[in-house]
Design a protein around this ligand. Structure first.
Ligand code: SF4
Length: 391
């Protein structure tokens, strides 16, 4: 069972078995797409599509609407702040359901690439916003309220044209850094999960294909979902996929509606062989009684199951949990057990952000000690796993 108490759709637990990764399930000419499988349809049983008129009329919008012929189409003036859809109001159980049953189609108006320097050199304007999964610690929905389904931006061609211009302006990368030795790394999935977006439409595929033509740049996205359709995209080394991992017992509690951790790890070799660079996000690291033992087991599992070729090119980001008072209060309404390990004021310090939200993170000393302990565990159990950055 995945997390029966919080899987309102079907409670079927594991999203799909490993056999879904067999050749032929990867989409393209070889066989039916995973996204048309009953398993994918269970994650996204779309019943309602809220669309801006221009988005609905665009080629990408029309493709998406055609993929979900049973869905009711609702015209909205703006993809931003749809009453009854965004915000924290209403029944919390309902809004976990909303994430799978509702899609929003809009056009991205502002195309801005922001510098980052930690995980990626640049944060690209995403082709979506929001996520059909519901991790208890997720920061993505904070600005729209928590009941936010996936918003797909249909003007993907403008996003790609913008990226092409930005990449051209940078020229080649002359100094290696922690993001990458040679390429400018663009995070294409800051506000969602590109693997899930690929269940909805070809935005992820279009981005992966675009980066093939840019030898000075590389796309990068973190994911908690194994979508075998991505294996057919032929990224030619220009896309880095970062599978997020944490001890399975934490994941079962916190990562609602995602693929099980073991499945993400066992998919790594398939993704490498399909032409991706495969990294891992050790994130978030949640400090709770027994965390060291649990992470040691996870690292040993990585060491046991990953083939040598994956280890040789792997690198990791380590990200300690950050949390937020509003999210804590929302979670108490739908998933109080998660808060037993996420909300630990004796270990955390609060900081008010510019927009007034109260964010919490582990106290400096607690965090420094935990990071040192985790690095020791990595040296012991997975010495091949280079840390790209720890935060
Ligand atoms: S998969 Fe990522 S974007 Fe989606 S809910 Fe979880 S943390 Fe948020």
């Amino acid at each position: 069972m995945h997390h029966p108490a919080t899987l309102p759709d079907d409670g079927s637990g594991t999203l799909f078995g490993l056999d879904a990764l067999s050749p032929g399930a990867a989409g393209g000419a070889a066989g039916p797409s995973f996204r048309d499988s009953p398993t994918a349809r269970r994650l996204l049983p779309v019943r309602e599509i809220h669309a801006e008129p221009a988005a609905a009329a665009s080629p990408r919008g029309r493709q998406i609407i055609a993929r979900f012929p049973g869905a009711r189409l609702v015209t909205v003036d703006s993809h931003w702040r749809i009453p009854g859809l965004h915000g924290n109001e209403g029944n919390v159980e309902r809004w976990v359901r909303v994430k799978g049953e509702t899609l929003v189609l809009g056009e991205r108006k502002t195309l801005t690439t922001r510098p980052n320097g930690r995980s990626a050199d640049w944060i690209a304007p995403g082709a979506s916003n929001g996520c059909a999964m519901a991790c208890a610690y997720c920061y993505v929905p904070r600005r729209k309220g928590y009941a936010n389904p996936v918003t797909v931006f249909t003007n993907i061609d403008r996003i790609i044209a913008h990226l092409g211009r930005h990449i051209a302006r940078q020229g080649p990368k002359t100094e290696p850094n922690q993001c990458d030795a040679n390429a400018w790394v663009y995070d294409i999935g800051e506000n969602g999960d590109c693997s899930v977006d690929a269940l909805i439409c070809d935005n992820t595929a279009d981005l992966v294909h675009a980066f093939r033509q840019w030898p000075t740049a590389k796309a990068s996205f973190a994911t908690k979902f194994v979508n075998p359709d991505l294996l057919a995209l032929d990224p030619r080394g220009r896309t880095r996929i970062r599978f997020s991992v944490m001890p399975p017992e934490d994941s079962r509690l916190l990562d609602v509606r995602t693929s099980p951790v073991a499945e993400r790890i066992s998919a790594a070799a398939d993704f490498l062989d399909a032409g991706y660079e495969v990294h891992f996000n050790l994130s978030p690291v949640v400090l709770r009684p027994g965390w060291r033992t649990a992470w040691a087991e996870l690292l040993r599992h990585l060491d046991d199951v990953l083939p040598e070729r994956v280890k040789r090119q792997a690198a990791a980001e380590v990200i300690m949990l950050t949390h937020n008072r509003e999210l804590h209060e929302v979670n108490l309404g739908w998933h109080p057990r998660s808060e037993e390990i996420l909300w630990t004021p004796q270990l955390q310090q609060a900081k008010r952000s510019e927009n007034g939200a109260l964010n919490v993170r582990y106290r400096n000393q607690v965090k420094a000690e935990a990071l040192a302990a985790l690095r020791t565990l990595m040296d012991t159990h997975a010495p091949w796993l280079r840390v790209r950055y720890a935060f």
